[in-house]
Design a protein around this ligand. Sequence first.
Ligand code: HEM
Length: 379
Amino acid sequence: MTSSEQVNIVSAEFKANPFPFLATLRACEPVFRTTLPDKAKTPVWLITRYADVNALLRDQRFAKNRRSALTPEQVRKLPWVPPMFRPLERNMLDLDAPDHTRLRALVHRAFTPRLVEQMRARVQSLADELLEAIARQGEMDLINDYALPLPMTIITEILGVPTSDRHKFHKWSKAIVSLSSPNATMRVIPIVWMFIRYLRRFFKIRRRDPQDDLVTALIQAEEAGDKLSEDELLAMVFLLLVAGHETTVNLIGNGVLALLEHPDQMEKLRRDPSLIKPAVEELLRFTAPVFMSSERYACEDVIIHGVTIPRGEMTFGVIGSANRDESVFDEPNTLDITRDPNKHLSFGRVYTFAWAHHWLAWKRRSPSIRYCFARPICG
Ligand code: HEM
Protein backbone atom coordinates (compact mmCIF):
# COMPACT_ATOMS: atom_id res chain seq x y z
CA MET A 1 0.00 0.00 0.00
CA THR A 2 1.18 3.53 -0.64
CA SER A 3 0.11 6.86 0.75
CA SER A 4 -1.41 7.66 -2.59
CA GLU A 5 -4.09 5.02 -2.05
CA GLN A 6 -7.26 6.92 -1.24
CA VAL A 7 -10.06 6.03 1.07
CA ASN A 8 -13.19 7.99 1.87
CA ILE A 9 -13.22 7.80 5.67
CA VAL A 10 -16.64 9.41 5.93
CA SER A 11 -18.37 7.10 3.44
CA ALA A 12 -20.93 4.50 4.50
CA GLU A 13 -18.92 1.80 2.67
CA PHE A 14 -15.81 2.53 4.71
CA LYS A 15 -17.76 2.70 7.96
CA ALA A 16 -19.55 -0.59 7.27
CA ASN A 17 -16.32 -2.58 7.69
CA PRO A 18 -13.14 -0.56 8.10
CA PHE A 19 -11.28 -3.31 9.98
CA PRO A 20 -9.38 -5.13 7.20
CA PHE A 21 -8.17 -1.78 5.83
CA LEU A 22 -7.14 -0.59 9.30
CA ALA A 23 -5.28 -3.86 9.97
CA THR A 24 -3.25 -3.26 6.81
CA LEU A 25 -2.51 0.29 7.91
CA ARG A 26 -1.34 -0.90 11.36
CA ALA A 27 0.99 -3.37 9.68
CA CYS A 28 2.29 -1.31 6.76
CA GLU A 29 1.51 2.37 7.11
CA PRO A 30 0.71 3.29 10.73
CA VAL A 31 0.84 7.03 9.94
CA PHE A 32 -1.38 7.30 6.89
CA ARG A 33 -2.20 10.38 4.83
CA THR A 34 -5.53 10.66 3.07
CA THR A 35 -7.85 13.54 2.18
CA LEU A 36 -11.38 14.57 3.07
CA PRO A 37 -13.93 14.35 0.24
CA ASP A 38 -14.34 18.16 0.25
CA LYS A 39 -13.55 20.62 -2.52
CA ALA A 40 -10.23 21.57 -0.98
CA LYS A 41 -9.25 17.91 -0.55
CA THR A 42 -8.17 18.71 3.01
CA PRO A 43 -5.32 16.42 4.09
CA VAL A 44 -6.01 14.14 7.04
CA TRP A 45 -3.63 11.83 8.91
CA LEU A 46 -4.78 8.58 10.48
CA ILE A 47 -2.82 7.10 13.39
CA THR A 48 -3.83 3.48 13.82
CA ARG A 49 -1.55 1.61 16.28
CA TYR A 50 -2.59 1.39 19.94
CA ALA A 51 0.61 2.88 21.42
CA ASP A 52 0.58 5.76 18.91
CA VAL A 53 -3.12 6.57 19.46
CA ASN A 54 -2.62 6.53 23.22
CA ALA A 55 0.39 8.85 22.84
CA LEU A 56 -1.41 11.16 20.39
CA LEU A 57 -4.27 11.76 22.82
CA ARG A 58 -1.88 13.49 25.20
CA ASP A 59 0.81 14.70 22.79
CA GLN A 60 1.56 18.40 23.45
CA ARG A 61 2.85 18.79 19.88
CA PHE A 62 -0.77 18.56 18.73
CA ALA A 63 -3.49 21.08 19.58
CA LYS A 64 -7.25 20.57 19.71
CA ASN A 65 -7.84 24.24 18.97
CA ARG A 66 -6.84 24.55 15.34
CA ARG A 67 -6.23 28.28 15.62
CA SER A 68 -3.28 27.65 17.95
CA ALA A 69 -1.66 25.26 15.45
CA LEU A 70 -2.25 26.83 12.06
CA THR A 71 0.12 29.16 10.21
CA PRO A 72 -1.38 32.63 9.46
CA GLU A 73 -1.73 31.46 5.85
CA GLN A 74 -3.73 28.40 6.93
CA VAL A 75 -5.92 30.53 9.26
CA ARG A 76 -6.83 32.77 6.31
CA LYS A 77 -8.01 29.71 4.37
CA LEU A 78 -10.31 28.46 7.14
CA PRO A 79 -13.94 28.14 6.04
CA TRP A 80 -16.29 30.86 7.19
CA VAL A 81 -18.24 30.02 10.34
CA PRO A 82 -21.58 31.81 10.90
CA PRO A 83 -21.06 34.20 13.89
CA MET A 84 -23.92 32.48 15.71
CA PHE A 85 -21.91 29.23 15.81
CA ARG A 86 -18.70 30.79 17.08
CA PRO A 87 -19.48 30.55 20.81
CA LEU A 88 -19.91 26.81 20.31
CA GLU A 89 -16.22 26.54 19.39
CA ARG A 90 -15.38 27.32 23.01
CA ASN A 91 -16.03 23.76 24.13
CA MET A 92 -13.57 21.44 25.85
CA LEU A 93 -13.14 19.17 22.84
CA ASP A 94 -11.82 22.08 20.80
CA LEU A 95 -9.64 23.74 23.42
CA ASP A 96 -6.23 23.21 25.01
CA ALA A 97 -4.62 24.35 28.25
CA PRO A 98 -5.07 26.81 29.88
CA ASP A 99 -8.68 27.26 28.62
CA HIS A 100 -9.36 23.53 28.74
CA THR A 101 -7.92 23.18 32.26
CA ARG A 102 -10.06 26.03 33.50
CA LEU A 103 -13.29 24.70 31.95
CA ARG A 104 -12.57 21.22 33.20
CA ALA A 105 -12.01 22.45 36.76
CA LEU A 106 -15.29 24.35 36.60
CA VAL A 107 -17.27 21.42 35.26
CA HIS A 108 -15.74 19.21 37.94
CA ARG A 109 -17.15 21.45 40.59
CA ALA A 110 -20.62 21.23 39.07
CA PHE A 111 -20.60 17.54 38.06
CA THR A 112 -20.18 16.25 41.56
CA PRO A 113 -20.20 12.62 42.76
CA ARG A 114 -23.41 13.60 44.64
CA LEU A 115 -25.12 14.50 41.34
CA VAL A 116 -23.99 11.23 39.76
CA GLU A 117 -25.10 9.29 42.81
CA GLN A 118 -28.51 10.95 42.75
CA MET A 119 -29.04 9.89 39.15
CA ARG A 120 -28.41 6.19 39.70
CA ALA A 121 -31.95 5.29 40.78
CA ARG A 122 -33.44 7.58 38.12
CA VAL A 123 -31.46 5.94 35.29
CA GLN A 124 -32.54 2.52 36.51
CA SER A 125 -36.22 3.49 36.77
CA LEU A 126 -36.20 5.13 33.33
CA ALA A 127 -34.55 2.05 31.80
CA ASP A 128 -37.23 -0.11 33.48
CA GLU A 129 -40.04 2.18 32.29
CA LEU A 130 -38.81 2.10 28.68
CA LEU A 131 -38.47 -1.68 28.74
CA GLU A 132 -41.93 -2.14 30.28
CA ALA A 133 -43.48 0.02 27.55
CA ILE A 134 -41.64 -2.06 24.95
CA ALA A 135 -42.88 -5.28 26.55
CA ARG A 136 -46.46 -3.98 26.33
CA GLN A 137 -45.92 -3.08 22.67
CA GLY A 138 -44.62 -6.58 21.96
CA GLU A 139 -41.93 -5.31 19.59
CA MET A 140 -39.21 -2.70 19.63
CA ASP A 141 -37.17 -0.34 17.57
CA LEU A 142 -34.01 -0.47 19.66
CA ILE A 143 -32.80 3.00 18.73
CA ASN A 144 -36.05 4.98 18.88
CA ASP A 145 -37.66 3.14 21.77
CA TYR A 146 -34.64 2.72 24.02
CA ALA A 147 -31.13 3.83 22.95
CA LEU A 148 -32.16 7.42 22.10
CA PRO A 149 -34.71 8.31 24.79
CA LEU A 150 -32.52 6.99 27.62
CA PRO A 151 -29.55 9.41 27.35
CA MET A 152 -31.71 12.23 25.99
CA THR A 153 -34.15 12.17 28.90
CA ILE A 154 -31.41 11.84 31.48
CA ILE A 155 -29.35 14.69 30.06
CA THR A 156 -32.33 17.06 29.92
CA GLU A 157 -33.22 16.11 33.49
CA ILE A 158 -29.65 16.69 34.67
CA LEU A 159 -29.50 20.06 32.96
CA GLY A 160 -32.82 20.98 34.55
CA VAL A 161 -34.86 21.59 31.36
CA PRO A 162 -38.52 21.96 32.46
CA THR A 163 -40.67 18.92 31.60
CA SER A 164 -42.98 21.04 29.42
CA ASP A 165 -40.04 22.05 27.17
CA ARG A 166 -38.41 18.63 26.87
CA HIS A 167 -40.24 17.68 23.71
CA LYS A 168 -38.92 20.62 21.68
CA PHE A 169 -35.53 20.37 23.37
CA HIS A 170 -35.27 16.73 22.21
CA LYS A 171 -36.33 17.70 18.69
CA TRP A 172 -33.77 20.49 18.43
CA SER A 173 -30.91 18.56 19.93
CA LYS A 174 -31.59 15.58 17.66
CA ALA A 175 -31.34 17.89 14.65
CA ILE A 176 -28.17 19.50 15.99
CA VAL A 177 -26.48 16.16 16.52
CA SER A 178 -26.87 15.68 12.76
CA LEU A 179 -24.47 18.63 12.40
CA SER A 180 -21.70 16.09 12.49
CA SER A 181 -22.84 14.80 9.11
CA PRO A 182 -21.42 16.61 6.08
CA ASN A 183 -23.48 19.33 4.38
CA ALA A 184 -26.01 19.43 7.22
CA THR A 185 -24.85 22.83 8.48
CA MET A 186 -27.12 25.05 6.37
CA ARG A 187 -30.19 22.97 7.14
CA VAL A 188 -29.79 23.22 10.89
CA ILE A 189 -28.94 26.93 11.12
CA PRO A 190 -32.53 27.98 12.03
CA ILE A 191 -32.75 25.18 14.59
CA VAL A 192 -29.45 26.15 16.18
CA TRP A 193 -30.68 29.74 16.32
CA MET A 194 -33.89 28.74 18.15
CA PHE A 195 -31.97 26.43 20.42
CA ILE A 196 -29.41 29.08 21.39
CA ARG A 197 -32.19 31.61 22.01
CA TYR A 198 -33.99 29.10 24.20
CA LEU A 199 -30.82 28.32 26.17
CA ARG A 200 -29.92 31.98 26.73
CA ARG A 201 -33.41 32.60 28.14
CA PHE A 202 -33.14 29.47 30.24
CA PHE A 203 -29.79 30.66 31.69
CA LYS A 204 -31.37 34.01 32.55
CA ILE A 205 -34.19 32.27 34.42
CA ARG A 206 -31.75 30.06 36.34
CA ARG A 207 -29.61 33.08 37.28
CA ARG A 208 -32.71 34.69 38.79
CA ASP A 209 -34.17 31.52 40.24
CA PRO A 210 -31.46 28.91 41.01
CA GLN A 211 -32.55 25.27 41.19
CA ASP A 212 -30.90 21.96 42.07
CA ASP A 213 -29.73 21.23 38.53
CA LEU A 214 -26.53 21.21 36.45
CA VAL A 215 -27.16 24.49 34.65
CA THR A 216 -27.51 26.27 38.00
CA ALA A 217 -24.41 24.47 39.29
CA LEU A 218 -22.43 25.49 36.19
CA ILE A 219 -23.59 29.10 36.56
CA GLN A 220 -22.49 29.07 40.18
CA ALA A 221 -19.29 27.04 39.74
CA GLU A 222 -16.33 29.13 40.67
CA GLU A 223 -12.68 28.21 40.58
CA ALA A 224 -10.18 30.74 41.92
CA GLY A 225 -12.65 33.51 41.21
CA ASP A 226 -13.24 32.27 37.67
CA LYS A 227 -16.68 31.60 36.23
CA LEU A 228 -18.05 30.28 32.97
CA SER A 229 -18.92 33.06 30.57
CA GLU A 230 -22.35 32.86 28.94
CA ASP A 231 -20.77 31.61 25.67
CA GLU A 232 -18.77 28.97 27.53
CA LEU A 233 -21.91 27.85 29.31
CA LEU A 234 -23.64 27.54 25.96
CA ALA A 235 -20.72 25.54 24.52
CA MET A 236 -20.68 23.29 27.58
CA VAL A 237 -24.40 22.46 27.31
CA PHE A 238 -23.93 21.70 23.61
CA LEU A 239 -20.94 19.48 24.31
CA LEU A 240 -22.78 17.55 27.01
CA LEU A 241 -25.70 17.03 24.65
CA VAL A 242 -23.66 15.93 21.66
CA ALA A 243 -20.99 13.98 23.56
CA GLY A 244 -23.48 12.33 25.84
CA HIS A 245 -26.06 11.53 23.21
CA GLU A 246 -24.41 9.93 20.18
CA THR A 247 -21.89 7.94 22.20
CA THR A 248 -24.49 6.18 24.30
CA VAL A 249 -26.76 5.53 21.33
CA ASN A 250 -23.81 4.05 19.41
CA LEU A 251 -22.80 1.81 22.29
CA ILE A 252 -26.29 0.45 22.87
CA GLY A 253 -27.10 0.07 19.15
CA ASN A 254 -23.82 -1.43 17.95
CA GLY A 255 -23.36 -3.38 21.18
CA VAL A 256 -26.71 -5.15 20.79
CA LEU A 257 -25.97 -5.76 17.10
CA ALA A 258 -22.59 -7.31 18.02
CA LEU A 259 -24.32 -9.65 20.48
CA LEU A 260 -26.94 -10.62 17.90
CA GLU A 261 -24.15 -11.39 15.45
CA HIS A 262 -22.34 -13.50 18.07
CA PRO A 263 -25.15 -15.68 19.47
CA ASP A 264 -22.70 -17.76 21.55
CA GLN A 265 -21.68 -14.62 23.47
CA MET A 266 -25.31 -13.53 23.84
CA GLU A 267 -26.16 -16.96 25.23
CA LYS A 268 -23.21 -16.85 27.64
CA LEU A 269 -24.41 -13.50 28.99
CA ARG A 270 -27.99 -14.72 29.31
CA ARG A 271 -26.82 -17.74 31.28
CA ASP A 272 -24.62 -15.65 33.56
CA PRO A 273 -25.80 -12.01 33.84
CA SER A 274 -22.98 -11.32 36.34
CA LEU A 275 -20.76 -11.09 33.24
CA ILE A 276 -22.40 -7.76 32.34
CA LYS A 277 -19.41 -5.66 33.42
CA PRO A 278 -16.69 -7.37 31.34
CA ALA A 279 -19.31 -7.70 28.58
CA VAL A 280 -19.92 -3.93 28.44
CA GLU A 281 -16.16 -3.38 28.53
CA GLU A 282 -15.73 -5.77 25.60
CA LEU A 283 -18.58 -4.16 23.66
CA LEU A 284 -16.88 -0.81 24.20
CA ARG A 285 -13.64 -2.24 22.80
CA PHE A 286 -15.26 -4.08 19.93
CA THR A 287 -17.63 -1.35 18.73
CA ALA A 288 -15.63 1.78 19.77
CA PRO A 289 -18.62 4.19 20.00
CA VAL A 290 -16.28 7.14 19.35
CA PHE A 291 -14.43 5.52 16.48
CA MET A 292 -11.97 8.37 15.92
CA SER A 293 -10.65 10.89 18.42
CA SER A 294 -11.63 14.50 17.92
CA GLU A 295 -9.31 16.37 15.56
CA ARG A 296 -5.79 17.18 16.60
CA TYR A 297 -3.67 19.71 14.67
CA ALA A 298 0.11 19.47 14.48
CA CYS A 299 1.62 22.61 16.08
CA GLU A 300 4.97 21.91 14.40
CA ASP A 301 6.21 19.36 11.86
CA VAL A 302 5.84 16.11 13.83
CA ILE A 303 7.73 12.94 12.88
CA ILE A 304 6.15 9.59 13.81
CA HIS A 305 7.69 6.34 12.53
CA GLY A 306 9.79 8.39 10.13
CA VAL A 307 6.77 10.10 8.57
CA THR A 308 6.42 13.88 8.84
CA ILE A 309 3.01 15.33 9.65
CA PRO A 310 3.34 18.97 8.53
CA ARG A 311 2.37 21.81 10.87
CA GLY A 312 -1.33 22.63 10.86
CA GLU A 313 -2.53 19.35 9.35
CA MET A 314 -5.49 17.50 10.84
CA THR A 315 -4.74 14.22 12.58
CA PHE A 316 -7.04 11.58 14.04
CA GLY A 317 -6.26 8.77 16.46
CA VAL A 318 -8.34 5.86 15.18
CA ILE A 319 -9.62 4.46 18.48
CA GLY A 320 -11.51 1.67 16.68
CA SER A 321 -8.20 0.52 15.18
CA ALA A 322 -6.21 0.81 18.44
CA ASN A 323 -8.84 -1.42 20.08
CA ARG A 324 -8.10 -4.13 17.50
CA ASP A 325 -4.30 -3.88 17.70
CA GLU A 326 -2.98 -7.44 17.67
CA SER A 327 0.10 -6.44 19.68
CA VAL A 328 -2.16 -5.56 22.64
CA PHE A 329 -5.23 -7.82 22.35
CA ASP A 330 -5.27 -11.59 21.75
CA GLU A 331 -7.51 -12.41 18.81
CA PRO A 332 -8.65 -8.79 18.54
CA ASN A 333 -11.41 -9.51 16.02
CA THR A 334 -13.08 -12.00 18.34
CA LEU A 335 -15.87 -10.77 20.60
CA ASP A 336 -15.14 -12.27 24.01
CA ILE A 337 -17.34 -10.95 26.82
CA THR A 338 -15.00 -12.42 29.44
CA ARG A 339 -11.88 -10.71 28.05
CA ASP A 340 -9.47 -9.75 30.83
CA PRO A 341 -7.45 -7.54 30.81
CA ASN A 342 -9.22 -5.21 28.43
CA LYS A 343 -7.29 -1.95 28.15
CA HIS A 344 -9.37 -0.48 25.33
CA LEU A 345 -9.08 3.20 24.44
CA SER A 346 -12.80 3.78 23.93
CA PHE A 347 -12.90 6.50 26.58
CA GLY A 348 -9.69 8.13 25.35
CA ARG A 349 -6.85 8.48 27.78
CA VAL A 350 -7.86 5.62 30.00
CA TYR A 351 -4.87 5.07 32.16
CA THR A 352 -4.49 8.39 33.81
CA PHE A 353 -7.16 10.16 35.69
CA ALA A 354 -10.03 8.71 33.70
CA TRP A 355 -9.22 5.22 34.74
CA ALA A 356 -9.28 6.10 38.45
CA HIS A 357 -12.67 7.68 37.98
CA HIS A 358 -14.08 4.71 36.10
CA TRP A 359 -12.80 2.42 38.78
CA LEU A 360 -14.71 4.37 41.41
CA ALA A 361 -17.82 4.16 39.27
CA TRP A 362 -17.29 0.41 38.98
CA LYS A 363 -17.05 0.07 42.71
CA ARG A 364 -20.40 1.76 43.01
CA ARG A 365 -21.74 -0.98 40.75
CA SER A 366 -23.75 0.94 38.25
CA PRO A 367 -22.93 0.33 34.61
CA SER A 368 -25.64 2.69 33.36
CA ILE A 369 -24.48 5.53 35.59
CA ARG A 370 -20.94 4.77 34.66
CA TYR A 371 -21.52 5.03 30.96
CA CYS A 372 -23.80 7.99 31.05
CA PHE A 373 -22.28 10.22 33.69
CA ALA A 374 -18.82 9.23 34.70
CA ARG A 375 -17.55 10.46 31.35
CA PRO A 376 -17.63 14.24 31.42
CA ILE A 377 -14.49 14.33 33.51
CA CYS A 378 -12.67 11.83 31.29
CA GLY A 379 -11.44 12.01 27.78
C1 HEM B 1 -20.31 5.17 25.65
C2 HEM B 1 -20.22 6.41 26.11
C3 HEM B 1 -19.05 7.36 25.82
C4 HEM B 1 -17.88 7.15 25.13
C5 HEM B 1 -17.38 5.89 24.45
C6 HEM B 1 -17.16 8.40 25.18
C7 HEM B 1 -15.90 8.60 24.59
C8 HEM B 1 -15.18 9.77 24.68
C9 HEM B 1 -13.85 9.96 24.13
C10 HEM B 1 -13.06 8.92 23.33
C11 HEM B 1 -13.47 11.23 24.45
C12 HEM B 1 -12.12 11.86 24.13
C13 HEM B 1 -12.15 12.48 22.76
C14 HEM B 1 -10.80 13.05 22.38
O1 HEM B 1 -10.01 13.47 23.25
O2 HEM B 1 -10.54 13.11 21.20
C15 HEM B 1 -14.56 11.85 25.19
C16 HEM B 1 -14.54 13.15 25.70
C17 HEM B 1 -15.61 13.72 26.35
N1 HEM B 1 -16.82 13.14 26.66
FE1 HEM B 1 -17.35 11.23 26.28
N2 HEM B 1 -17.92 9.32 25.86
C18 HEM B 1 -19.07 8.72 26.27
C19 HEM B 1 -20.12 9.30 26.98
C20 HEM B 1 -20.16 10.61 27.39
C21 HEM B 1 -21.26 11.24 28.10
C22 HEM B 1 -22.55 10.53 28.48
C23 HEM B 1 -20.92 12.52 28.30
C24 HEM B 1 -21.70 13.64 28.96
C25 HEM B 1 -22.94 13.67 29.32
C26 HEM B 1 -19.60 12.71 27.74
C27 HEM B 1 -18.90 13.89 27.76
C28 HEM B 1 -17.61 14.07 27.30
C29 HEM B 1 -16.87 15.31 27.43
C30 HEM B 1 -17.38 16.58 28.10
C31 HEM B 1 -15.62 15.10 26.84
C32 HEM B 1 -14.48 16.10 26.73
C33 HEM B 1 -13.59 15.90 27.92
C34 HEM B 1 -12.37 16.76 27.88
O3 HEM B 1 -11.99 17.31 26.82
O4 HEM B 1 -11.74 16.91 28.95
N3 HEM B 1 -19.19 11.53 27.20
N4 HEM B 1 -15.58 10.95 25.32
